[in-house]
Design a protein around this ligand. Structure first.
Ligand code: AMP
Length: 594
């Protein structure tokens, strides 16, 4: 009898249709391989070559496979079944990959929690996925074990509590201990083969910011991830000699799809670090002869500031810098090309699939000013730029990027029909919420965002939930959260708050209140403006455009930003700081929305 696959077992998932699978495979886009197949191939061909290196250890392909398989056997023994979910938070250590490949062997799905997630997100993820197990780090700055203890009684389905790193915790399973126990000696060599997943099974549950402030689940399959590894790898010129450095959290989509994944596929080396200090990065590049690094703009600006320190190190091995998550300004790109002497893969990417990027061999001008072309060209891929009525905009004009076909790597948000329905239109196009234009040479330029999302140093934050958390405070009558310009992070959060009946509220109180609610720090406002009333739109809504204008002008007056940054930030609102300074645009804080 045929074994059931995740398609039949996992409820609330939107798998690709059988027809899509057939088409994508027959066109050579999908390879019908699993993560385990890739691992086995590397063990057969390059067993003793380093696969992953962290701050203290180097692991070969053979060791990676042995450790992954050992964990897989332990997890089976603990009772984890094909199609179960495990919420996982790990720092940038090699064990992450033991877990990733170990779970992939047996079709158990890791939910990619991030170190910055707190009780609110983690407890939600555990309940949403009816997770049977959770893995959290010990010995980090934050007490994750204590956090889990706060909500574990509300999540009775959660049965297995595992620690990673640090001293063992009573009643919890230590991943290090499991890795020491040679459980495989009790089983035939091919024991795990019977649990082998299907290439169209979910291999990883990725996450993205949600409009509710809680993450949205993006189930990703072996087939769609391995396709991305292939095409991103081509764009970044990856070969078996590539050594790629990963600085962002390893579980995030970008490190898996753009850094480690292409290395797995090509047999290159993934180097990971916990450090965010530029000097450590330079030392690592020199030591391991790193050829590629994937960064976000804020990290590049830290590197730029450390230009003097950089001179002490030999970075001549570095050939390619890829950068995404937020718009990379031309001066950042120019610094990389001219000072680091690298080629720049300027990337627009989404966990949901669309990736548009410049290539290692694109002209410098294109790397400076555009995010290049879509990574996949196939007649099944349709990309359009549309206006508010979903009509295609004329050539050169700005429109929302919408995508259909095999460049998409998901079909819907996990157990979230509302967000899924909002994101796809009747013709099956995924609406990215990002505004772009396309040049006559087919290269795309990121022009802004339609969605009301703030990108803080590469982290996506939706304002509505932050407003909701603020409104729970007894002295907050109304709150509006907007992005404000920041030279390093691109944007930060500013909260406008109207206090109840003549009372007041301080910034420190706001911060404390977010902390008490277990909200992750990146969603806390970094500036407070106390408002007596509101500027309103013609339909009596709070005019966030004017709030952005107001706070931008304030920052300018306080010497925290310059005119160029202010104007650049306000461009999407069709405002300038001068409009506000001269009173051409009036901001009137007297209205009451309704
Ligand atoms: P995520 O799925 O978390 O990687 O977030 C995807 C979102 O990040 C996109 O929808 C964009 O809003 C934003 N993003 C990614 N790359 C870029 C880029 N190069 N320029 C501007 N925004 C970007």
């Amino acid at each position: 009898m045929e074994r059931k696959t995740h398609r039949e077992i996992v409820k609330g998932w939107y798998p690709f249709s059988r027809e899509e699978i057939k088409q994508y495979v027959s066109r050579g886009i999908w390879r019908n391989l699993t993560f385990g197949d890739i691992l086995d191939r590397n063990v057969a061909n390059i067993p003793d070559k380093p696969a992953v290196i962290d701050d203290t250890r180097s692991v070969t392909w053979l060791e990676l496979a042995q450790k992954a398989d050992r964990l897989a056997l332990h997890f089976k023994r603990l009772g984890l079944e094909y199609g179960d979910f495990v919420v996982m938070i790990t720092p940038n250590v090699v064990e992450f990959y033991f877990l990733l490949f170990g779970l992939a062997r047996i079709g158990v799905i890791p939910v990619m929690g991030l170190p910055r997630h707190r009780r609110k997100e983690v407890s939600y993820l555990a309940s949403l996925h009816e997770a049977k197990a959770i893995v959290v780090p010990v010995g980090e700055k934050f007490d994750y074990v204590g956090m889990v203890r706060e909500f574990r009684s509300d999540t009775p389905i959660l049965k297995h509590f595992c620690t990673l790193g640090g001293p063992p915790v009573g009643g919890w399973t230590s991943i290090e201990k499991l890795l020491e126990e040679r459980i495989e000696e009790n089983y035939p060599k091919d024991h795990l083969a019977q649990f082998k997943p299907d290439p169209n099974d979910i291999v990883v549950e990725q996450l993205s910011g949600g409009t509710t402030g809680l993450p949205k689940g993006i189930p990703r399959t072996h087939n769609d991830y391995i396709y991305i590894w292939d095409y991103v790898g081509r764009r970044e010129g990856n070969t078996d000699e590539s050594v790629c450095l990963c600085i962002p959290p390893v579980a995030h989509n970008m490190p898996i799809s753009d850094i480690a994944g292409p290395m797995f596929l090509r047999g290159g080396v993934t180097v990971i670090t916990k450090s965010t200090r530029p000097e450590d990065h330079f030392r690592i590049i020199e030591k391991h002869r790193v050829t590629n690094v994937d960064l976000v703009p804020v990290l590049i600006s830290y590197w730029m500031e450390a230009g003097e320190v950089m001179k002490k190190y030999d970075l001549s091995s570095l050939k390619i810098v890829a950068c995404g998550a937020q718009k990379a300004k031309p001066e950042i790109v120019r610094w990389c090309i001219e000072k680091l002497g690298v080629s720049f893969c300027n990337t627009f990417g989404m966990t949901e699939g669309p990736v548009i990027a410049t290539r290692w061999d694109s002209p410098k001008e294109a790397q400076l000013n555009t995010v290049g072309r879509p990574i996949l060209t196939d007649e099944l891929v349709t990309i359009k730029l549309v206006d508010n009525d979903n009509g295609e905009v004329p050539p050169g004009a700005v429109g929302e990027l919408v995508v259909r076909g095999p460049m998409m790597t998901f079909k819907g948000y996990f157990r979230n029909p509302e967000e899924t329905a909002k994101s796809f239109d009747e013709q099956g196009f995924f609406h990215t919420g990002d505004l772009m234009s396309v040049r006559p040479d087919g290269r795309y330029v990121v022009e802004g965002r339609k969605k009301d999302m703030i990108i803080r140093g590469g982290e996506n934050v939706y304002p509505e939930p932050v407003e909701g958390w603020l409104m729970k405070h007894p002295r907050v009558a109304n709150a509006a959260v907007v992005g404000m310009p920041d030279a390093k992070l691109g944007e930060k959060l500013c909260a406008f708050i109207q206090a109840t009946g003549g009372q007041t509220i301080t910034f420190a109180e706001v911060q404390q209140f977010m902390k008490e609610q277990g909200v992750a720090v990146y969603q806390w406002p970094e500036r407070l403006e106390v408002a007596q009333g509101w500027p309103l739109t013609p339909v009596n809504k709070i005019d966030k455009r004017l709030l952005r204008g107001f706070v931008t002008y304030r920052l300018l007056e306080e010497g925290l930003i310059d005119v160029a940054l202010g104007d650049e930030f306000l461009a999407k609102d069709k405002l300038t700081v001068d409009d506000i300074r001269t009173g051409k645009v009036k901001i009137d804080f007297t209205g009451s929305p309704g």
